[in-house]
Design a protein around this ligand. Structure first.
Ligand code: ADP
Length: 350
């Protein structure tokens, strides 16, 4: 649905130099998926999302949306193409002097649609986003979540194939964020809409995205299925963004105990701290207790958490294992052979 090829965005600096807001970014976004673009503030996310509808014309590179290369279009053709790309914003961008209905109807008025048709189009949209009873209110009379739902109805008025979301939940409280993301997911499924979510919140990616691109300093440093990026983040940027979701730090008192136990190990017996990650429905056997029996390993659980990523349970477990050196190698092979991701973190922890 969206193909970005070698996008570079340069800006002149006040000192007469050049600043790269985007550097050689290529992305392929499939029809019907929810694609997250995550990075810290200033990473280039907004610049990139504005390239998808050519609100930003990139300095270099091509953008193709639904088979049309935007670089080759005239201004009039570009305006028509943009109608197929809806957008929602962090601060909603509603017109304060218009009612809920009139805000949602605005894009249709702009293209000169007659009133009866507008009504036939907008009423079901307000129903879809749950705002029918608020249709005659003004933005000032609405909560943040309701305002964003007006934004969503307005973005859908022209039957877009693509919805761009620029930090659309960043100004909302956690509960409203969950409800808004649920609505976007429902719209994605029911209307088969491709959604691009710009966010700095890993929780947003975790809740609704299928794939994610991680950005740092104008570059895409990592792309993959959300579950894979969570399981095996490749870059420091991804690790830092995911870090606060997956508990990694052991309490200091526990570190002391682990240290003492490792120092106390008998000859030929070694203790290791392992971090295991597993996705619920991929691990179908009680692998830890099986491995413990098979290889005569003591497994002491230090830290564990279960989270939900893309609707699947996603567990992380930090354990201290104690066994003979040969058995340790076999233990690791066994766990990896049963879909458990294992990382030795003994040196990292101690
Ligand atoms: P993000 O959305 O990830 O916070 P942005 O895309 O807004 O990042 O910005 C990326 C970088 O590009 C920032 O350092 C920002 O200051 C710079 N930038 C964005 N727009 C312009 C512009 N029009 N002129 C100069 N610099 C810009």
């Amino acid at each position: 649905m969206i193909e970005l090829q070698h996008i570079t965005q340069r800006y002149p600096t006040p000192e007469g130099g050049v600043f790269y807001a985007l550097r050689d970014v290529s992305l392929h976004i499939n029809a019907g998926e929810i694609f997250g673009i995550i990075g810290r503030s200033g990473a280039g996310k907004s610049t990139l999302v504005r390239c998808i509808n050519f609100l930003n014309r990139p300095s270099e590179g091509t953008v193709t949306v639904d088979g049309k290369c935007l670089n080759t279009l005239t201004e009039a053709e570009l305006r028509a193409t943009r109608r197929g790309i809806g957008m929602i914003f962090q601060h909603f961008n509603l017109l304060s002097s218009r009612t809920v209905f009139d805000n949602a109807a605005f894009p249709l008025e702009l293209i000169g649609m007659d009133k009866a048709k507008i009504r036939a189009k907008v009423d079901p949209l307000l129903e879809l986003v749950g705002l029918t009873e608020h249709r005659n209110k003004y933005p000032a009379q609405l909560s943040g979540g309701q305002k964003q739902r007006v934004g969503i109805a307005r973005a859908l008025a022209n039957d877009p194939k693509v919805l761009l979301s620029d930090e659309a939940t960043s100004a909302l409280d956690p509960e409203t964020t969950v409800a808004t993301l649920d609505l976007l997911k429902r719209i994605n499924r029911e209307l088969h809409l491709t959604i691009v979510m710009i966010t700095h919140q890993m929780d947003v990616v975790k809740q609704i995205c299928d794939r994610v691109a991680v950005m740092n300093m104008g570059e895409v440093v990592e792309t993959g299925n959300v579950i894979d990026v969570f399981r095996r983040p490749q870059t420091e940027t991804a690790k830092a963004l995911i870090g606060n979701i997956m508990a990694q730090e052991l309490p200091a008192a526990m570190v002391e105990r682990v240290r003492a136990q490792i120092a106390d190990s008998a000859p030929g017996i070694a203790s290791h701290v392992l971090r295991m990650t597993f996705v619920g429905n991929e691990v179908t056997r009680p692998v830890i207790s099986e491995a413990s029996r098979l290889f005569n390993v003591d497994v002491n659980i230090l830290l564990g958490s279960i989270d939900e990523v893309q609707g699947k349970s996603f567990g992380t477990l930090t354990v201290l294992t104690t066994c003979a050196n040969d058995d340790f190698t076999r233990l690791i092979d066994y766990l990896r052979g049963h879909n458990v991701t294992v990382e030795e973190i003994t040196n990292h922890v101690l």
